[in-house]
Design a protein around this ligand. Structure first.
Ligand SMILES: Nc1ncnc2c1ncn2[C@@H]1O[C@H](COP(=O)(O)OP(=O)(O)OP(=O)(O)O)[C@@H](O)[C@H]1O
Ligand SMILES: [Mg+2]
Length: 445
């Protein structure tokens, strides 16, 4: 992408309405535009990151054997009357009436609809286990939308629903989700800690929230200092191996880590004092096992091996896809702007031409651009006629992890400069070496 032809409306001034750094940087970097309270357009740069996050979520769900589908944003109220939640959900639900006077709503979540799909098409235990998920916009009429995409009213969520014959099978589905989520967040370069949670309006007793540590988080968190150091890494996971999956969950949940809602001061005191941490966190996901709450209310049953009919065991599992952009920036920025982890960056590398219009630098930049493209890497090439300082400031603001700078002086010596956004360190090397290095960094992503 050539910056001269792109749409990147960066702001020079700090927007007054933004209270936290991620919101400020998303507005300044031209990633989003607020259209109404808690409702945003995703401008091209923000949209690229959103799509990257979705892609990682899809890939990790596929690895766990979960199946994507797509349900609508608008739902008939009647389904929610069956579960009893049409009246219970309260003012967060946006209720709509169509021209035939039918009650509709903009879905805040999809338990009812997926249960309806299940009961229409699944009859037998032989069709289980089954986990269906989608990534779809939700609407919750939050009383205080704030912090940009972090607490929006319209927001993008991955929500998955597991169906199993027995409680034991359903708990395996729960564990499978926990491990797939750990992998998903790690691939994005995030540490998200599973913390035991309170169940809230969806109901159920087995539930964990995933929290990213950040001072601006809305939850108070209490945890053992050893927890954030736990890493899944690139170990091989067999999602059908119940013992392995359960052991990973045990590894990540046996140390103390809770939010204010479930905090137990007496248990916390048992941790050696120097390891007791209190901080704040952003909830980027939650998994629930709730058994037969919806299947009983809505008549979603399956025939068992002995011919009996039982309500199916269910769980629901969510990731805050659009909130993750905010969480990622809260965890990865400095005073000059965003610092994207390689896993989610909108472009893998930027090219800065220090002397646009100079035949040699222009040709070298075009050559780099083509060589990167040939390796499957789409660079953002700043080909505008602008001062070097302004070009660097834009690159730093939008946070591409790597930058290749091309100027006449370097070219005279046969080198360009490769700069790491996170450390600020630069290294001179030939253009070919820079391309090879960037390709190596992104190999396998
Ligand atoms: N208003 C929102 N804006 C952006 N993301 C949200 C919002 N509400 C929930 N999410 C994301 O969707 C995920 C799954 O939804 P869930 O029903 O667990 O939300 P929740 O527990 O009500 O969230 P919260 O406690 O932050 O209001 C959450 O973990 C969060 O990351
Ligand atoms: Mg939640």
């Amino acid at each position: 992408m050539r910056l001269s032809r792109y749409f990147l409306p960066v702001l020079k001034e700090n927007p007054a309405e933004a209270q936290i750094v991620s919101h400020r940087l998303m507005l300044r970097a031209g990633m989003i535009r607020q259209q109404a309270a808690g409702i945003y357009s995703w401008l091209p740069l923000g949209y690229r990151v959103l799509r990257r996050i979705e892609q990682i979520v899809h890939e990790e769900q596929a690895r766990a054997g979960h199946i994507p589908l797509l349900m609508p944003t608008l739902q008939p109220a009647d389904l929610w009357r069956e579960s009893g939640r049409y009246d219970d959900y309260g003012q967060e639900m946006l209720r709509i009436r169509d021209r035939h006077d039918r009650d509709m709503l903009y879905g805040p979540t999809n338990e009812e609809m997926i249960t309806d799909i299940f009961r229409a098409h699944v009859e037998s235990y032989k069709q289980l286990p089954l986990t269906l998920y989608h990534i779809q916009w939700k609407f919750r009429d939050e009383i205080r939308p704030r912090f940009g995409v972090m607490r929006g009213r319209e927001f993008l969520m991955k929500d998955g629903y597991s169906f199993d014959l027995t409680r034991e099978d359903a708990l395996h589905a729960y564990n499978r989700h926990m491990v797939s989520y750990l992998r998903t967040y790690e691939r994005m370069g995030l540490t998200a800690i599973p913390m035991r949670a309170a169940s809230g309006p969806i109901g159920g007793d087995n539930t964990h929230e995933f929290l990213v540590l950040a001072e601006t988080g809305e939850s108070e968190v209490f945890y053992d200092a050893r927890v954030p150091a736990l890493k899944l890494g690139d170990r091989a996971v067999d999602y059908d191996d119940r013992a392995q999956v359960a052991a990973i969950c045990e590894e990540f949940t046996s140390l103390y880590a809770r939010t204010d809602e479930t905090h137990d001061a007496a248990l916390f005191e048992q941790i050696p004092e120097e390891r007791r941490c209190i901080g704040r966190g952003i909830e980027v996901g939650q998994i629930f096992y709730f058994g037969t709450k919806y299947s009983e209310a809505m008549g979603a049953t399956v025939v068992t091996p002995d011919g009996a009919r039982v309500p199916v065991e269910m769980g629901s599992h969510g990731i805050g896809v659009s909130r993750l952009l905010g969480a990622l920036i809260e965890a990865n920025h400095d005073d000059r702007g965003i610092i994207w982890p390689e896993g989610v960056t909108p472009f893998p590398v930027g090219i800065v031409n220090l002397k646009q219009g100079d035949a040699a630098t222009d040709a070298a930049c075009e050559g780099l651009y083509a060589a990167l493209a040939a390796r499957g890497l789409e660079a953002l090439y700043d080909d505008r006629e602008d001062r070097a300082g302004a070009k660097f400031a834009t690159m730093d603001l939008i946070g591409l992890p790597w930058r290749i700078t091309v100027g006449p002086r370097g070219l005279a010596n046969g080198v360009v400069e490769l700069t790491c956004r996170r450390t600020g360190e630069s290294e001179e090397m030939s253009a070919e070496a820079a391309v090879a290095r960037v390709a190596e960094i992104y190999a396998g992503r």
